[in-house]
Design a protein around this ligand. Sequence first.
Ligand SMILES: [Zn+2]
Length: 432
Amino acid sequence: MNAKHVAIFTTLVLTFSISRAQKSETRWIKHQISTLSGPSMHGRGYVNKGGEKAAAFIRRNFKEFGLLPFEKDSTYYQPYTMPINTFPGDVLMKINKKILEPGPDFIVYGGSSAFNTEEKRIKLHRINLGNVKDSAAWAKVKSKFDTTKAYCLKNSDTVTKYLKQPSMRTFAKEFPAGLFILPKHGKLTWTANMETVPATIIYAEDTVLPKRPRRAAVRIETKFIPAFKNQNVLGYVPGTEKPDSFIVFTAHYDHLGRMGKDALFPGAHDNASGTALVLYLARYFAAHPQKYSIGFMLFSGEEAGLVGSKHYAAHPVFPLSQIRQVVNLDMVGDAKDGITVVNGDTREKEFAMLEDINSQKAYVPKIVKRSQTQNSDHYSFSEKGVPAIFIYGNGTKPYYHDVFDKAAELSMEHIDGLAKLLEDFTGSLQGK
Ligand SMILES: [Zn+2]
């Protein structure tokens, strides 16, 4: 074997072993996503101890990697309480004689009150809200709602135009007690709610509803928990030279949980993917300590309004001023078309670092920037003046806050590339 052949052989072996190592890393990340979004985690929400099980899973990983806990009790947990409306019991609906499936066919607005027609089918009063032309007309319709009756309101989207802040939350407050079925064309999106409204609001998929919905039988059981016990999971790898400087990777591990016994919201993309990536980085940096300390913070309560990260930012376990950079990961399970960096416009230096690394190594197809958003946990840090970016994947996956956000539906494309990009980025942040 001559020198030339040796060189070729070595390159081949190297390429082979790198791709094999990468493959096993990718497999590891995918496995975490599958576990976290599997049925045993119950959607990592507020029923069947789903969130608690996910937290315990994260803690087991932290312990296994050898991360240090911040708290003296070594639990890695930062406990707090929050109010939450839950659906642990029955969520059933029949229109005319047709049984609808909770999840794909209908969702109950997360802040709804309970409603039970006691096995009877009650009359539905049909109103077409498409005829509402202004807020005065809507006020007139509203004033006629009778709390003893049930309604099917067509074209409810029209009304949201006349509201000041047209969101599901503000819209839900417009209704008195009673049953309101709102046919919807297209995607049904569920939410986690910390406050309840008097009404029971059901968004139903237009195409599965009978043409003339005349009667409805429903049993919607809810349980409002004023002080639900929740926890963030925190750990770190101490820095070898500057242990008081922190780079912190964050992700929310919670999702929406279950809507009744039958509808599971797996949250594979949102945000088992980000949680798995933070776990991967925790495992990596535990084996490769850095100059700076590297923190790993997995928050809960995000879906209800960034509750866990807000709690953390108000009760940090070390001074927030020691954080050099927060990197928040949310919905990174599909980066087919690359990634977006929120705050990439104001964190110019960091954005340039990411671009620079990627132009050399082509880890992800494309990196784009976007200005500040309030839709994930980075915001709790930005608000306190901590440098924070939020990275999400750009793919083709249409599932969001629904029963279809499953691991099997995720492309997981370039999630390994993103992992490598973040390893290198951590190096750049420390001036390597
Ligand atoms: Zn979400």
